[in-house]
Design a protein around this ligand. Sequence first.
Ligand code: SF4
Length: 296
Amino acid sequence: MLCNQCPRKCNTDRQNGSYGFCGTPNTFLIARIAPHLWEEPSISGKNGSGTVFFGGCNLHCVFCQNRTISHTAQGKSYTAEELTAAILHLRESGVHNINLVTPSHYTLQLIPVLKKIKPRLGIPVVWNSSGYESTETLRLLEGLVDIYLPDFKYCSAKLSAEYSAAPDYYPIALAALREMLRQTGTPMTDPATGLLRRGTVVRHLVLPGCRKDSIKLLHTLAKEFGTNAFLLSLMCQYTPEFAADCPHKNLHRRLTSFEYQSVLDEATSLGFHGYTQDASSATSAFTPDFSNGNSH
Ligand code: SF4
């Protein structure tokens, strides 16, 4: 079957050795399976989130901190049966959820895996994506995903074209978020543990030189969905070393505290709830080590 499952619509035959924009075959490429402690507190908890990092990506942002696995589709090959077994094994380590990281280009391949594991998990499934996803494909995940954790990167078509080769990012991500919210409803947290059981958390990374676009995005999201439909995770962890060869000079420096604070002030005055980041997280020490594959 030709692959058109994401907004790139490559119409390529991944089963027979052809590669589309995401650069991945039909079988799973997995770069890391391990508990991860650096997601939002309601997702990582004290035992960690059970992350499964997929190789390849359908977006290829110039500043991607996981570029070693996303731009060149690195990872060990897994069949659906092997991935099912690995996820169930990871669950035994006591993680609070199963967190599928950059899974969008494997959505159709993941559906049978999720159908098999969902009744046996007893913990939420987290869909941790770039937000650049087809609404029709997302609809197929209804009942299989408990928590959506999408990025919402840009408002501006110029920025999304220059940084992610996706001039249509904003309307696509907006429609995708609408579908995610339809599926999950408003966030529900376990009062005893503080862990998120269901809902959507929208991540936005403030980029150097782009704070006006961030503020415009916050206003648009508030107008479209209100400020209680999802939790907002406002991030400042941008690290220029991942964009060293990038032609955009503003991406060669760190975010200033003024830039981050001005976006944070706007989010607060609009009435958003969620998570902020400390400037100390703007370091590559928080980037997972993909040389160490599986550590569960
Ligand atoms: S999943 Fe990959 S091959 Fe399929 S349409 Fe998207 S980018 Fe293209």
